[in-house]
Write a protein that binds this ligand. Sequence first.
Ligand SMILES: Cc1cc2nc3c(=O)[nH]c(=O)nc-3n(C[C@H](O)[C@H](O)[C@H](O)COP(=O)(O)OP(=O)(O)OC[C@H]3O[C@@H](n4cnc5c(N)ncnc54)[C@H](O)[C@@H]3O)c2cc1C
Length: 286
Amino acid sequence: MKPAPFQYHAPTTVAETLDLLAQYADDDGRVLAGGQSLVPTMAFRLARPKHLVDINAVPELNRLVVENGRLCIGAGVRHAAFEKPVEDGPIGRLLATVVRHIAHGPIRARGTFCGSIAHADPASEWCAVAMGLNAEMVAESKASGTRIIQGREFFEGIMTTALRGEELLREVRLPILPKGTYAGFAEYSRRAGDYAIAMAVSTYRLRNGVMTDVHVAVGGAEAAPRRIPEAERALIGRQPNPATFQAAGNAAGKAVDPLDDPSISAKYRHGVVRAVVSRALENAST
Ligand SMILES: Cc1cc2nc3c(=O)[nH]c(=O)nc-3n(C[C@H](O)[C@H](O)[C@H](O)COP(=O)(O)OP(=O)(O)OC[C@H]3O[C@@H](n4cnc5c(N)ncnc54)[C@H](O)[C@@H]3O)c2cc1C
């Protein structure tokens, strides 16, 4: 099918983008970033935006820099930018590991990091990373200026976020992981490139041989990605070893309230969460 008719706008600056969003958001206007989620839904007529504000010709949005201890990822940065480590430390290696699980090469070449965050598919790898690393989302609009939103306030449910219609998700900031941080990722999907049934991101540091600064986040299993405090408590103050990782996996499996659908039951997802959490911890390296 072809999309329903729409008016196309191609701003070249952020100021122009915000003007267009202020003008058209209430008339079903939407940002067009990589188009890898929006365009298919338009083709199926599940989405019928009247206005598309294409941000691909806005050079200011292509920034990918480390600033004040954070990796700043602009709205124009593609998934493929992370295929080689963007930073010489644990975060660069973690992102390069995670990106290989997102779809396929052509989709990674067009789709954007911020587009995934704004779209908030429960099975998005970047959304799980954002929660696991305590990301800040930087939203901007003509009416309200800049608003910084923390992950737990940002992801509200399946494809639902705290972003307002007229807001551009201008960038996402990920705290740089200190040297010596162990970071790991694991996901399970039926075929390579498919959306995940569940995934986990874990980070921790070692102090006197025991785990500290522990983060465990799960994505794909529930309506929105989140940290799992029960799993984190099972790790803090303990030595990293397979039995402890398994205990954290079991705690996460018990703590989640998974999605249940005709092809994948909640019971099955409980088991997958147990496995991906312990694997993310086993895979963690500095
Ligand atoms: C076959 C296939 C397989 C895929 N597999 C995976 C996968 O395994 N994992 C995964 O995570 N994704 C997967 N995707 C989705 C892909 O990663 C998309 O690139 C991503 O979800 C959206 O990014 P985009 O830049 O393409 O956004 P778009 O499609 O352009 O936009 C998506 C939505 O976000 C909004 N939006 C985008 N950017 C902004 C912004 N800066 N500010 C405000 N709103 C914004 C748009 O208005 C729209 O509502 C897959 C897609 C396809 C077609």
